[in-house]
Design a binder for this molecule. Structure first.
Ligand SMILES: Cc1cc2nc3c(=O)[nH]c(=O)nc-3n(C[C@H](O)[C@H](O)[C@H](O)COP(=O)(O)OP(=O)(O)OC[C@H]3O[C@@H](n4cnc5c(N)ncnc54)[C@H](O)[C@@H]3O)c2cc1C
Length: 399
């Protein structure tokens, strides 16, 4: 039975895997590149089987209680007047705003708090090298320490360095031609409980969303290719945003002012991870490191929680690591493939170049927001495929 497990990455996927495995007599170590637990990040939502995973962990209510309180999504014009409104919880919670909307950091913290007593966490640490034999994976860490593990779970997100070491050249990334910067801005009295989405000409959008911490979450999105910009230094990223958004209008000036004041900006050039396989020997990928579908699919955090649960369930069910990792991939592939099918025209459609295009988008959204058409529109936001059946993992109980 695989007993010693290394997990790399302490965000949603890594903490969810640690949460389960630590409760089932596995000896779990988590290494995280950041010097301390990362609380940052903006809204993620958990839907369908992801809710089931949290329910099985006994965390569903706690996650709902930490929700952002978002009441729906409104597309607005430059005066803030709504052009189309989609209330939350409508269309079976499948619209842009789900019933369970939570900040990434709040969800990761919930999982981390439940995992930390049964797991060794090492912050400021990364994997330098992994050597594998049929019996074990020998890991050399960046500080020179060497240890043996029965399995290594790589949960390092979209840009995973360990993935590139163990699966060199295997990722065929799919650029989605959308760059998004996420940051927190001071709340002002006119901020409401809606996700407000404003389109500016030039393929830009400016978005504001409520949070439960007395602040407001902002997004600046720009359509078009921008390869490698995720690796620019933060100063260059900020200068780029300032230059491209200075004339965008609506609430943009206060967001750009906040940009100058904060270091907590998550800048992402959306690209999917496309891996032909998720394991190599005793090393297995999960979460965004395995399949990042990008926020455009609306299901990344759901997949991260679900994938970690399935992986833990299979490691528990199978004495042999190879069997467990193969079963995990069989269970998760169909759902991931469907999610990865999010069309590339989606970001272009939602980010028109011209004022006329924006007027047409608003007209279409107004139509789609009619109660009878909302269901079809909602499906555009969430790519749902065949989901793994978590009841197979009867052994996974929230002990
Ligand atoms: C700080 C932060 C903010 C985010 N903000 C948003 C957001 O606003 N909106 C959104 O839709 N998604 C956001 N995401 C991404 C979102 O969390 C994921 O798309 C999804 O939840 C899947 O989670 P994951 O655990 O697989 O990957 P991620 O959440 O990306 O987590 C990967 C973790 O691995 C760590 N890591 C990276 N490389 C290494 C390494 N070599 N060794 C050890 N650890 C490593 C990272 O520091 C991070 O903690 C954010 C992620 C992070 C880390």
């Amino acid at each position: 039975m695989a007993r010693r497990i290394l997990i790399t990455g302490a965000s949603i996927a890594g903490n969810a895997a640690a949460w389960w495995l630590g409760r089932h007599d596995f000896d779990v170590t988590v290494v995280e590149r950041a010097p301390a637990f990362r609380d940052g990040g903006q809204n993620v939502d958990i839907r369908s089987v992801g809710r089931d995973a949290l329910r099985r962990m006994g965390l569903e209510r706690a996650a709902l209680a930490r929700g952002t309180g978002e009441e729906g999504t409104a597309w607005v014009d430059s005066q803030g007047r709504p052009a189309a409104l989609f209330p939350a919880g409508d269309a079976g919670s499948e619209g842009p705003t789900a019933e369970m909307e939570i900040l990434r950091g709040d969800l990761a913290r919930l999982l981390y708090d439940g995992a930390r007593d049964r797991t060794v966490f090492r912050f400021g640490q990364t994997v330098a090298r992994i050597e594998q034999t049929p019996e074990a994976a020998t890991v050399t860490f960046a500080d020179g320490r060497t240890e043996r593990f029965d399995a290594v779970i790589v949960a390092e997100g979209v840009g995973s360095a360990t993935r590139e070491k163990i699966f060199p050249g295997e990722n065929a990334p799919r650029p989605m031609d959308l760059t998004v910067a996420y940051l927190t801005v001071p709340r002002v009295p006119s901020d409401d409980r809606l996700w407000r989405w404003y389109n500016a000409p030039g393929g830009r959008s400016v978005q504001l969303r409520p949070d439960p911490h007395g602040t407001t979450r902002a997004m600046l999105a720009l359509h078009g290719p921008l390869p490698g910009a995720q690796d620019w230094d933060p100063g260059r990223q900020k200068a780029f945003l300032r230059e491209r958004f200075s004339d965008a209008g609506w609430e943009t000036p206060r967001i750009l002012a906040a940009l100058d004041e904060t270091d907590d900006v998550y800048f992402d050039v959306l690209r999917q991870v496309r891996m032909p396989r998720w394991s190599n020997g005793r090393v297995v990928l999960t979460g965004d490191a395995a399949w990042c579908v990008t926020p455009l699919a609306g299901i990344g955090a759901t997949l991260a929680v679900t994938g970690a649960t399935v992986l833990a369930g299979e490691l528990l069910r199978n004495g042999d690591v190879a069997d467990a990792l193969a079963a995990y991939e069989r269970a998760m592939r169909p759902m991931v493939e469907q999610a990865a099918g999010v069309p590339k025209f989606a970001p272009r459609l939602m980010h028109p170049k011209s004022r006329l295009g924006i007027r047409l988008l608003h007209g279409g959204l107004r139509l789609a927001s009619q109660p009878r058409l909302r269901g079809a529109f909602a499906r555009f936001f969430t790519q749902r495929g065949p989901e793994p059946d978590l009841s197979r993992y009867g052994g996974l109980a929230p002990a």
